[in-house]
Design a protein around this ligand. Structure first.
Ligand code: HEC
Ligand code: HEC
Length: 439
């Protein structure tokens, strides 16, 4: 392990000797747990990855005698906030029919060129709203160039996407459906034609958007229903219970990790209820980020000052949303934390400090209400209406051979999408909708 008491003094004024003492305590088995099973696991992990080299043997080499490790003080919590109950929008208020519709549309594979891709393919609600891939295979197995962020709590971000190019989840929801490497549909009219050809959807839209009468099936309303649904994907965690006054919600080592998070300076970018999602920041702010090719926000604004600026992601559920960063470069949370400290704050953390921070991040893991993460029943595709015959072929053949590359985390190639695109295959046959891919 590394101690850097001199060169980073101005950035890291606090000696790390107390963490050494703490790790000694952990080894001695005196850990206190309060974050459920997870915390015990986290403490064990901490013992494995950090404590071995950081225990009593090394403590003697520290410049100062170890001070007792200090848990976070409630006066230090000002820049954090508990999660709200939901992220409801005034311009797109929720209603029971709208939420039920949004839930179905989120899982709807018929809204894709191949009949196999839904939002849930890349943002699987059973795996913390991500697909656990560095970048995602979408239409015809083509890979995008960025990591899929989680949809959990995404509605609470100040902007959407790694570069913030869309303002909210409603605007965001229109993107993937028409994106050539995601759902791969042609335009809004095609989305509407597919939905109008499924009578049960027409009825569900009319119920969800009663003011629109017979014109309820629109691409805008599709986005509103999906957006309203996403606004319910809020994941309260032990951290929220702690912020609301329950001291027993966190273990002692997690409270020490929380203090470290504040004192090291993570908080300067990862703050608010989501511990992120409030600003854009330069990646490689203090030390250049290794092998950075994505221009980040500059791609969107064209401004030199925005080069390599990205939205600060939320750290909610980060223990489950690997791999990390806009390009999914590492699946190791400890490594991600180390890189952040080094490149964003100019500080090299000891293994023991990394373990404490990772233990703290564990307390940000939660689940949205179970009713929303279940796979809903999707409307059957009864006879297509004549008006949609141009879009939905009357004679239905099984989906043509548009194969989605198998999802194998270790073998996802990083090649750009190949040239040319396959011709649109017919839509899946009536009453034979393939289930969303299970992962
Ligand atoms: C083929 C994979 C894929 C599919 C399908 C897909 N997404 Fe995404 N999604 C991504 C990727 C990759 C990004 C990040 C792109 C970027 O930032 O440039 C993203 C970003 C997002 C974000 C922004 C989150 C944040 O933290 O900024 C939301 C919300 C989202 N998607 C929701 C959806 C919804 C809703 C659907 C279905 C209508 C959907 N996605 C379909 C891959 C996918
Ligand atoms: C100067 C601002 C800044 C500071 C300080 C900072 N971060 Fe970050 N953090 C970011 C940005 C920006 C990203 C997104 C990077 C990207 O797009 O690849 C990020 C990404 C992350 C990720 C990956 C999240 C994901 O879902 O991919 C983790 C984990 C993380 N930070 C933890 C920390 C920790 C722990 C600290 C303190 C040691 C810290 N950060 C300090 C700005 C910052």
């Amino acid at each position: 392990m590394m101690l850097r008491p001199t060169s980073n003094q101005q950035l890291a004024p606090r000696p790390v000797s107390w963490t050494l003492a703490l790790m000694g305590m952990l080894i001695a088995g005196s850990c206190v747990t309060g974050c459920g099973k997870k915390a015990t696991d986290g403490a064990t992990e901490a013992g494995k990855s950090g404590a071995q080299g950081a225990g009593a043997a090394n403590a003697g080499t520290a410049a100062e005698p170890p001070k007792p490790p200090t848990p976070i003080d409630r006066s230090m919590l000002g820049a954090f906030k508990p999660l709200p109950k939901n992220f409801d929008s005034q311009t797109n208020p929720p209603s029971e029919p709208k939420l039920r519709l949004g839930h179905k549309l989120y899982f709807e594979t018929r809204l894709s060129r191949s009949g196999t891709i839904s939002c849930n393919s890349c943002h699987n609600l059973k795996t913390a709203g991500v697909d656990l891939q560095p970048t995602s295979p979408g239409h015809a197995g083509k890979l995008g160039d960025r990591n899929s962020p989680t949809v959990f709590n995404a509605a609470g971000h100040f902007r959407q996407f790694w570069d913030g190019r869309e303002p909210d989840v409603e605007a965001q929801a229109k993107g993937p459906v028409l994106n050539a490497v995601e759902h791969g549909l042609k335009d809004a009219a095609e989305v509407e034609a597919i939905l109008k050809a499924i009578p049960a959807y027409v009825a569900l839209f009319e119920r969800a958007f009663p003011q629109a009468g017979k014109n309820a099936v629109t691409f805008d309303n599709f986005a509103k229903a999906v957006g309203a649904f996403e606004r319910k994907l809020v994941t309260p965690a032990a951290w929220d219970r702690f912020l609301e006054g329950d001291d027993g919600a966190l273990s002692t080592e997690q409270k020490i990790g929380a203090r470290l998070f504040v004192e090291v300076g993570c908080l300067s970018c990862h703050n608010g209820p989501l511990l992120g999602g409030t600003t854009y920041q330069k990646l490689g702010k203090v030390r250049a980020w290794p092998k950075l090719t994505d221009e980040g926000r500059k791609k969107e604004t064209g401004m030199a000052a925005d080069l390599h600026h990205f939205k600060v992601p939320s750290l909610r559920n980060v223990a489950r949303t690997m791999p990390y960063f806009h390009d999914g470069t590492t699946a190791d949370l400890g490594e991600a934390v180390k890189l952040m400290a080094r490149h964003q704050l100019g500080r090299d953390l000891s293994d023991a400090e990394v373990s404490l921070l990772v233990g703290f991040l564990d307390c940000l893991t939660g689940e949205p209400p179970a009713e929303w993460t279940e796979t809903p029943e999707l409307p059957a595709q009864i006879e297509a209406k004549p008006s949609a015959a141009a879009v939905i072929p009357a004679v239905r053949t099984p989906p043509a051979a548009v194969e989605i590359a198998p999802r194998q985390p270790d073998s996802v190639p990083h090649a750009p999408p190949g040239p040319g695109s396959s011709p649109p295959p017919p839509l899946p046959p009536a009453d034979h909708v393939p289930p969303p891919p299970e992962k």
